[in-house]
Each structure stands twice: as structure tokens, then as C-alpha cells.
Design a protein around this ligand. Structure first.
Ligand SMILES: Nc1ncnc2c1ncn2[C@@H]1O[C@H](COP(=O)(O)OP(=O)(O)O)[C@@H](O)[C@H]1O
Ligand SMILES: CC(=O)N[C@@H](CCC(=O)OP(=O)(O)O)C(=O)O
Length: 263
């Protein structure tokens, strides 16, 4: 089976152009088939605020009313996606920028209203992604670059968390490729102390994850990231690694990069 890397980059790195460019160079240097998934929540919040629209987050998810949907569509699919694609082209990666609506690559269902109305937020299902269609792009030599937007098939764009998109792509493509999923952010990996980069935890299995959650060592944005990551590893994704965007160049070096998840 051909190897595939799916790399997700988070909003804090996108917000720092020096770190972003270093990361995009390292992404270009990765050999073989690759997909980039980017967030950009921080930039969307800043631009929304400059337009008088305050972000409302619940459990790490953005409440997406119609005005917020307009902002995230402009920011994720336009500003961030196209700048990343242009930079990758400059470094020599033949990137193609996509939302889930393009090529009907990722469909989602609007999240049903329970106690909270998340608005235009989309949840991905088992049959949301057609891996054969995405592999046509890869076979043609493109590196797809997905932003955090999906569609419902009835003309409605939806906002979907980028970590979730990355793990759903990894799951869907793991039948066709030997897939490695890498979450890159602004810390060395999962840390014992969030403020101490020397406290990196090299490996986590589900039991240790439960302990670290109970001890509140892992919290906030790291919880949905790891929930997605453990789902991926238990469903056929070969490896899941969480590490610093600056260290992507060390990916080949087994001990050199971030926190590895094990079953
Ligand atoms: N044990 C931990 N180790 C590292 N980061 C942690 C930990 N627990 C919580 N976090 C938080 O998780 C955040 C990463 O999640 P998130 O903000 O969703 O990232 P991104 O936007 O890059 O996807 C870190 O910035 C950090 O504040
Ligand atoms: C529904 C939902 O919350 N969507 C996210 C999508 C962006 C994202 O995931 O960005 P980061 O990876 O930078 O956090 C949001 O709008 O913040």
C-alpha cells in the first residue's frame, strides 16, 4: 500500500507567518502522497471582532450563525486557504485548495439542535467522504489542501472543526493508503505541564489518556484533538502523532517528533 501523510495545522501557527512558512517548507520536503488540513479559528475570531461580531465558543466549537458563516467562509476558504496554496506553489508543492463542497469531497449534516443551537456547524458521518475521488487528485500529482468547511449537498456550506476533518479523512483513506495522521500545533506535543516544553509525553495509550484527563493534565482544545486521534488509531489509521509545527522535519526520526498514540 502507498504511504499517505495527512497533516493538520492549527490556528496559532497560521497566525504566525514565520512559523507558517517554515512549516510549509517542511511540508513540501515530505516525500510521497500528502494532504494538508488547516484550521484558522484564531484569525476568524480576530476578523469577526474587527467587524463587530464576537466569537461564541462552546466546548471548543464555534456557534456559527449566518453572519459568522459568512466570515468563516471568507476567512477559511479564501484568505487562509489561498495564501497557503500560493505559498506551497512557491516552495514547489502542487497544492489544490478545497472546501468539502469542491468535488463533493466532504459532506456533513447540520448539527441537530439539542440544548445548544450551534447554527451552521456540520457533523461528519461514516459515508461523508468518498476516498476514491480524493485519491484521483493524489494520483494526478496534486496535494489537496482542505479548509474547515463542508457542505450538506443541498447548497448549504457548514463549519466543521479542522481536527475532525483531518481524522475523518485519515479514516476514510486508510483503506486505500497506509495513512499517518499528524496534528501540528504550537507546542512540542502532549505535555505534563502545558507551560513546560521539556515535559513532553512521548507515548499515550487509551488507559493513560483516561488518567491524564482525570488528573486535568489534558484539557480544553487537546481533548477533542485526542478523542479524534484515538478514534482514528482504533479504526485502521497506521499512526497518529501530535507535535510542534517547527519539528515536522523530524517526522522520519521515530524519537524526534512529538507524542505518538498507541492502541
Ligand atoms: N497536556 C497538554 N499538552 C499540550 N497542550 C494542551 C494540554 N492540555 C491542554 N492543552 C491545550 O490544547 C491546545 C491545543 O488545542 P487547540 O487550541 O484546539 O489547537 P489547534 O487550534 O492548534 O488545533 C494547546 O494550545 C493547549 O493550550
Ligand atoms: C465548528 C468549529 O468550531 N469550527 C472551527 C473551524 C476552524 C478550526 O478548527 O480551527 P483551529 O484548528 O485553528 O482550531 C472554528 O470555526 O473555530
Amino acid at each position: 500500500m502507498q504511504a499517505l501523510h495527512i497533516i493538520k495545522i492549527g490556528g496559532n501557527v497560521i497566525d504566525n507567518s514565520e512559523n507558517l512558512h517554515r512549516f510549509l517548507k517542511d511540508f513540501t520536503a515530505l516525500e510521497g502522497a500528502k494532504i494538508l488540513v488547516h484550521g484558522g479559528g484564531k484569525v476568524a475570531t480576530q476578523i469577526g471582532e474587527s467587524m463587530g461580531i464576537e466569537a461564541q465558543m462552546v466546548d471548543g466549537r464555534r456557534i456559527t450563525d449566518i453572519d459568522t458563516l459568512r466570515i468563516v467562509t471568507m476567512v477559511y476558504a479564501g484568505l487562509i486557504n489561498k495564501n497557503i496554496v500560493a505559498q506551497l506553489q512557491c516552495y514547489g508543492t502542487n497544492a489544490i485548495g478545497l472546501t468539502g463542497a469542491d468535488g463533493d469531497f466532504i459532506r456533513a449534516k447540520k448539527r441537530p439542535v439539542k440544548t445548544i443551537d450551534y447554527g451552521f456547524v456540520g457533523d461528519i458521518n461514516d459515508d461523508s467522504i468518498n476516498p476514491a475521488n480524493i485519491s484521483k487528485l493524489i494520483d494526478a500529482g496534486f496535494s489537496p489542501v482542505f479548509c474547515a468547511l463542508t457542505h450538506d449537498g443541498e447548497g448549504q456550506m457548514l463549519n466543521t472543526n479542522a481536527d475532525t476533518i483531518a481524522s475523518a479523512l485519515a479514516l476514510a483513506l486508510s483503506g486505500l493508503y497506509e495513512t499517518t495522521l499528524v496534528y501540528c500545533f504550537e507546542k512540542k506535543g502532549v505535555l505534563m505541564d502545558v507551560d513546560d516544553d521539556d515535559s513532553l509525553i512521548r507515548e499515550i495509550n487509551p488507559e493513560r489518556y483516561e488518567q491524564l484527563k482525570a488528573e486535568k493534565i489534558i484539557h480544553s482544545g487537546m481533548l477533542p484533538k485526542l478523542d479524534n486521534a484515538f478514534t482514528a488509531i482504533s479504526c485502521g489509521v497506521k499512526a497518529v502523532i501530535i507535535g510542534h509545527s517547527d519539528d515536522l522535519g523530524n517526522l522520519k526520526n521515530e524519537q524526534g517528533f512529538g507524542t505518538r498514540l498507541s492502541k
